[in-house]
Design a protein around this ligand. Structure first.
Ligand code: GLN
Length: 487
């Protein structure tokens, strides 16, 4: 059962080959026996899951299902507030926090009658590229348990790759859906900024954060987007436009599609096996009717420095609310208010989060604002201009998702700057608010290689379509980690 994609599971539920209760119990049993090796879940909500499954079975039996996804179990990144469930963002600060309301994304999945198996592990407050920055311990990559699954949505990626959930939600501020999808052989979409509500999503860098699906195929991701996306009056950056149907155009032909290859992404530093996998993908696209041309994104090298000013600046503001007064961790026996703030925050936040708060506060301080924050904002505009120019000539951009395949746990954690370099191919997309999808396109020494397709704003359906057509022509997305074959 766990070999099946979301699309296949929907079919099984509709044919009554399996009930939602049976399916849910099957995944709960797998989590119980296998997740101790992967550490992909922070909280498993077994009772609630079975309750939701029972309700879904009733809807399915009465022909009252509200969505094709009714009865399907999913896992949600522990950054989405879930009413009555611990929502920790993988921080000690929120280890005792039971959310009193649902994020819009959770609410929408509830309304669609899906089942939530639990909340997945992540880098603390979504800061990281390896899932080593979690209060609940590192997550292991099911393809090789000594390697990282990527981050920050590493728990979601590992859960899906280990077949401990058919699909999951993630969030992407600088690559956190796409890079773990690449490292774990999955398909992950970072939607256009504003397409999916951020309401109830614990904020990291609000102008960059965006939630999206992490699944085994583009088709599965499209089905999830049909539930997740849409205008939400509770999110002031949500975009008011007609609801896209992400599934409708999946099968559209690619004849005449113009694909751009950004020359800055293909330097000598790119791993040669990744370059070869991308080359092969290009040939596949050509055989599907696409034409390829070079494009240039000259600001690429400035995107990391700009992001690592803007994101920490916003984070330092967003994380001010964790003060030991309102909710979350509070230090013991504070001597006075200052002591309460200081010790609460020193104890509650991990090292990387503290580093970001320091960098962000510094960059926003009166004397340095012009030198750092304002400069970074200017670069952000130039990054966007680069993409605007590229999209005058091409429909989509094809590039690697990450400069390497999954690296070893501990390999980069001692050097934050080396870790930040991981995001070189993903971060520009967030700065520009664009959609991008990562999908598997090869393997190197038994580890998945991911490529990414980047589109102009609101081309999310087009990206899913281009990814789906590729997946119909290739079988990289069908490769499964040996770990997932157990049980
Ligand atoms: N690795 C990036 C960071 O640490 C991106 C994380 C993310 O997308 N949430 O900020």
């Amino acid at each position: 059962m766990h070999q099946k994609t979301l699309t296949e599971l929907i079919q099984s539920l509709q044919n009554k080959d399996v009930s939602s209760i049976e399916l849910t119990q099957h995944y709960l049993d797998r989590i119980n026996s296998l997740d101790s090796s992967v550490n992909s879940y922070i909280t498993v909500t077994a009772d609630r899951a079975l309750e939701q499954a029972r309700a879904a079975d009733t809807l399915l039996a009465n022909g009252e299902a509200t969505s094709p996804l009714t009865g399907v179990p999913l896992a949600h990144k522990d950054i989405f507030c879930t009413d009555g469930v611990r929502t920790s963002a993988a921080s000690k600060m929120l280890d005792n926090f039971i959310a009193p309301y649902n994020a819009t994304v959770i609410e929408k999945f509830n309304q669609a009658g899906t089942v939530s198996l639990g909340k997945t592990n992540m880098d603390e407050f979504a800061m990281g590229s390896s899932n080593e920055n979690s209060f609940y311990g590192a997550v292991k990559n099911p393809w090789d348990l000594e390697r990282v699954p990527g981050g920050s949505s590493g728990g979601s990626a590992a859960a899906v790759a280990a077949h401990l959930a058919p699909a999951a939600t993630g969030t992407d501020t600088g690559g956190s859906i796409r890079q773990p999808a690449a490292f774990c052989g999955l398909t992950g979409l970072k939607p256009t900024y504003g397409a999916v509500s951020r309401y109830g999503m614990i904020a990291y860098a609000s102008s960059l954060d965006q939630a999206g699906p992490m699944a085994r195929t583009a088709e599965d991701a499209a089905l999830m987007m049909n539930v997740m996306a849409g205008f939400d009056a509770k999110d002031s950056t949500s975009i008011q436009r007609e609801h896209d149907n992400y599934v409708a155009d999946l099968d559209k032909g690619l004849d005449g599609l113009k694909i751009g290859m950004p020359k800055e992404y293909f330097s000598d530093q790119l791993d040669s096996n990744i370059a070869a996998a991308i080359d092969a993908a290009v040939k596949t696209y050509e055989s599907l009717g696409a034409t390829i041309q070079e494009v240039t994104l000259p600001q690429t090298q400035n995107a990391i420095p700009a992001y690592y000013i803007i994101a920490p600046a916003e984070a330092s503001a967003n994380l001010q609310r964790f003060d030991g007064v309102r909710y979350g961790h509070r230090c013991d026996d504070p001597r006075n208010l200052e002591d309460l703030y200081e010790r609460t925050r020193a104890e509650g936040f991990g090292e990387e989060v503290q580093r970001r708060i320091l960098v962000g506060t510094y960059a926003l301080s009166a004397g340095f604002y012009d030198a750092y924050y304002r400069q970074a904002q200017k670069i952000r505009r130039l990054v966007k201009n680069d993409f605007n120019q590229a999209f005058d000539n091409v429909d989509l951009i094809l590039a690697p998702t990450a400069p390497s395949t999954a690296f070893r746990i501990g390999e980069k954690s001692a050097d934050p700057v080396q870790m930040y370099q991981e995001d070189i191919f993903t971060i520009s997309v967030n700065l520009a608010g664009l959609p991008a999808i990562s999908l598997p396109c090869g393997e190197d020494a038994g580890l998945p290689i991911g490529m990414q397709l980047i589109g102009n704003a609101f081309s999310d359906s087009r990206l899913l379509n281009a990814a789906h057509k590729y997946q119909q022509a290739t079988d990289w997305h069908q490769r499964v980690a040996a770990f997932a074959k157990q049980g």
